[in-house]
Design a protein around this ligand. Structure first.
Ligand code: ADP
Length: 279
């Protein structure tokens, strides 16, 4: 057949030949076999004036990073390692926070559609699978890292959202990534097309980002996808470990924790890590 069709035909292709012909996100597409970090490439492009919609993808990263200076590990060719460049309107902080939520929601929708694996978001921005619905039994499938570019005058001018998704990491390779790392292929029992996942994700981003700019607040949908709300959790931060019930998230996306004494405490994303835990 002359014209390649979506579906089985796409599955055979590598990420290097991915093309997106409609919409804003992914029309400018940069692929690397190996790179330091896709976020660094997108951040440098943003500083050089690249337009919103740039997507950077790599098969391998030597300096992949998570939040709080942690490393993001991925066997070469196994994962979807990508960064997206956004130019949020004012108020920047409002839109930057919500764009990160839109990325999480888009990833949930794309992973569900392409792999069928049941996933949730772990506040503030990881993708997880809960093995049995019981607290404590969860696998981390993806991490997200949002970084802001500032102008010389100190104004925020761009947002880069990086995502690392464990797509086809073999079960035997998972423990080396993190004790609770999981992958879509290990859970689905079959390889998952990274091209199909990327394409589904960018389609979701396209429409959800447009909705956000039209005034649709993603917070209610994001809250719906969050794991462990109403359940006992442990918050790990610079100040130590705090236990409580993950009561809710507020309008800014901060976690509201109900402490054992009855009072509540608010945690901002970026400062802390969340784990399930009884007390
Ligand atoms: P959290 O919010 O869960 O505390 P981060 O978002 O900072 O974590 O992500 C970095 C952490 O993720 C690392 O410290 C490591 O434990 C874990 N990690 C690194 N690579 C992977 C991977 N491919 N899959 C799952 N977990 C990973």
């Amino acid at each position: 057949m002359e014209v390649a069709q979506r579906g089985a035909g796409m599955n055979q292709e590598g990420l290097e030949s991915y093309q997106r012909v409609t919409g804003r996100f992914g029309r400018e597409f940069r692929y690397f076999t190996e790179v330091g970090s896709t976020n660094d490439v997108a951040l440098a492009a943003a500083r050089s004036g690249a337009a919103e919609g740039l997507v950077v993808v790599a098969d391998g990263q030597s300096e992949g990073r998570g939040r709080l200076q942690r490393r993001w590990e991925a066997p070469v060719g196994s994962s979807l390692l990508m960064s997206l460049l956004f130019r949020p309107p004012e108020p920047f902080v409002y839109f930057a926070g919500r764009i990160t939520m839109v990325c999480g929601l888009s990833l949930v929708a794309a992973v569900s559609a392409v792999s069928g694996v049941a996933v949730q978001l772990k506040w503030p921005n990881d993708l997880i699978h809960e093995a049995s619905g019981a607290s404590g039994d969860w696998l981390k499938l993806a991490g997200m890292l949002s970084e802001v570019v500032f102008s010389e005058a100190g104004q925020p001018v761009a947002l880069v959202v990086g995502l690392g998704v464990n797509v086809n990491v073999a079960a035997g390779d998972l423990p080396a990534l993190a004790p609770n790392a999981g992958s879509l292929s290990a859970l689905a029992g079959t390889e998952v097309s990274r091209v199909d996942l990327l394409d589904a994700f960018l389609g979701e981003i396209e429409s959800r980002h447009a909705d956000l700019l039209c005034g649709v607040d993603p917070v209610p949908a994001w809250r719906e996808q969050l794991a462990w709300l109403g359940r006992p959790v442990v918050v790990h931060g610079a100040g130590g470990i705090i236990q409580g019930i993950a009561e809710d998230i507020d309008a800014e996306g901060a976690l509201v924790l109900r402490l054992p004494g009855g009072e509540t405490r608010r945690f901002l994303a970026g400062d802390v890590s969340l784990r399930p835990g009884a007390y």
